[in-house]
Ligand binder design. Sequence first.
Ligand code: ADP
Ligand code: MG
Length: 337
Amino acid sequence: MKNSSLVDVKNLHVHFPVFGGVFSRKINSVKAVDGITFSIGKNQTIGMVGESGCGKTTVGRAMINILHHVAPDVEIGGEINYHFDEGEVDFTKLNPKKMQHYRSKVQMIFQDPFASLNPRMTVSQIISEPLQIHTQMSKKEMLDRVGWLLDKVGLQPEQAQRFPHEFSGGQRQRVGIARALATNPDLIICDEPVSALDVSIQAQVINLMMDLQDEFNLSYLFIAHDLSVVEHISDKIVVMYLGNIVEMGDSAEVYHQPRHPYSRALLSSVPLPDPTQKDRNRVVLEGDIPTPLNKPSGCAFRTRCPLAKPDCAEDIPPLSDTGNDHFVACPYWEEKF
Ligand SMILES: Nc1ncnc2c1ncn2[C@@H]1O[C@H](COP(=O)(O)OP(=O)(O)O)[C@@H](O)[C@H]1O
Ligand SMILES: [Mg+2]
């Protein structure tokens, strides 16, 4: 079933208006996500990478439909079409009441497992909270399920009455995963879930997530800045730059043969443990990433791009298939630098 689509994101825009002046009028907007299209298959993992501020978290929040809670004035355009077993639904068109029904199907785990777990609640309360909201389970059924979930994520059911501070970072992230799993979701948005953990612990958590994916038939949107982590867990990789997708394709191919000049620069800055590859050219990106308040015209990357030409300022280059479903938003990707 790897190829049947769970969710199709079509031309998604997320703009945060900026108000100013005496009358507090809209004077500008932060184009956090500026027209992106991609799909996540059932039981598939899409890795999403890009520098801080390029819109990754905003995409994740849009996909679980919580942006209006974070920013009431947010402007959302496009479609986020889910194909659940029970039917089709576009999350951008749902009112909050209808959304309540679907909340259990798409869950999120966060970078900092300490900040995202309420320190005054026991692990049992934390994991059973979504069960209280979304199910009619009795107290006994809930406790049983909490114990079962703790076992699934490699913790002991006896630890259920402990508080988050009694756990290590890796264990806390396991609690976050157990909570996300509680309601049997189809998709988990993983927003840099291992970035705050020691490297040795990262691998354990990633392996656990991959095991759980197979057991529960889960799909993941896996956001990270560490490309080696993404390559390991993902089927496909999406590279973002200032609210747009600049490259998208098979994970190993994007990682080993990046084509867009931005991805090439991003990947060349990854420390390479493989001694046979130590001669790989390192490209240092010059200049700061521009702000999404004032995006460069045409290709937003052109101000830092070693291949930039005058016509790059004109139109936003479309994502084109360069072969083997490997999409690149740059007409000059074959040029060397
Ligand atoms: N609630 C918000 N209100 C206004 N601007 C926001 C809000 N959330 C994010 N942004 C802006 O949107 C852009 C993308 O942010 P984000 O999605 O957090 O990026 P990333 O996760 O890739 O670091 C940034 O410029 C950020 O400042
Ligand atoms: Mg983020």
